[in-house]
Ligand binder design. Structure first.
Ligand code: PGA
Length: 244
């Protein structure tokens, strides 16, 4: 399967940083991998306009579970789509930890994304405490099953394995640990969705950099990456894109 490399800008990026997106767009035109950037919501409209008709897709980082209503400060999936997004990250560990997001809420957001025509990128991953307790595979299975929604077409879904202890820390799991986690995720998705789950892109995320991208992308069942820090500068992100 063609690799998918997605950048998660988190709460970073002002209008001046659109030039990074333009440089990524230009590199995406000749990349073997498919590419997307998820900038903050304030930049989605301009980023999407900049990338219209190009190989670089633009995504959101979260959406509300409701289509509209009295939710001050929130953004709906339809609003993201209206601004030009085609994907949305859901269930990122920072949202689980800082905003109390639970599997049932994340599931509702996946349904909202599907109704708006967005491809959801479901994020799953264990904390360091859970790994040390030997609970990693059980946690991943629970997150995959807890967010499962029939409304989301198998062809629309992407899943990112992001061990919480590897995000922004410079620590990366071993290739065996990544293979084990991705194998479990593939197995759970296959149990829920059947043979079509073989084509769901499984992205690795957590301190993926130009220096380690090629080795991670070789691991079985790794079909791409979700990149935080190294997606903010086109020079770094484009090197990962070139490695894919
Ligand atoms: P990182 O973040 O690449 O900065 O570790 C990844 C993520 O949180 O998606």
């Amino acid at each position: 399967m063609r690799a998918t490399i997605i950048g998660n800008w988190k709460m970073n990026g002002l209008a001046a940083d659109l030039e990074e997106i333009a440089a990524i767009r230009d590199a995406a035109a000749s990349a073997r991998a498919s590419a997307a950037i998820c900038p903050p919501a304030t930049l989605i409209h301009r980023a999407a306009a900049l990338c219209a008709g190009s190989a670089l897709a633009i995504g959101g980082q979260d959406c509300h579970a409701d289509a509209s209503g009295a939710h001050t400060g929130d953004v709906s999936a339809a609003m993201l789509a209206d601004a030009g997004a085609t994907l949305v990250i859901l269930g990122h560990s920072e949202r689980r930890a800082h905003h109390g997001e639970t599997d049932p809420l994340i599931r509702a957001k996946l349904v909202a994304a599907a109704h708006a025509g967005l491809r959801p990128i479901l994020c799953v991953g264990e904390t360091e405490t859970e790994r040390d307790a030997g609970d990693t595979l059980r946690v991943l299975a629970g997150q995959i099953e807890g967010a499962h929604a029939e409304e989301v077409a198998t062809e629309a879904l992407l899943v990112a394995y992001e061990p919480v202890w590897a995000i922004g820390t410079g620590r990366v799991p071993t290739r065996d640990q990544i293979a084990e986690a991705h194998g479990e995720i593939r197995a759970r998705l296959t149990a829920l969705r059947g043979a079509g789950a073989a084509d769901i892109p499984l992205l690795y995320g957590g301190s993926m950099k130009p220096e380690n991208a090629a080795a991670i992308l070789e691991v079985e069942n790794v079909n791409g990456g979700l990149i935080g820090g190294a997606s903010l500068r086109a020079a770094d992100f484009n090197r990962i894109l070139a490695a894919a």
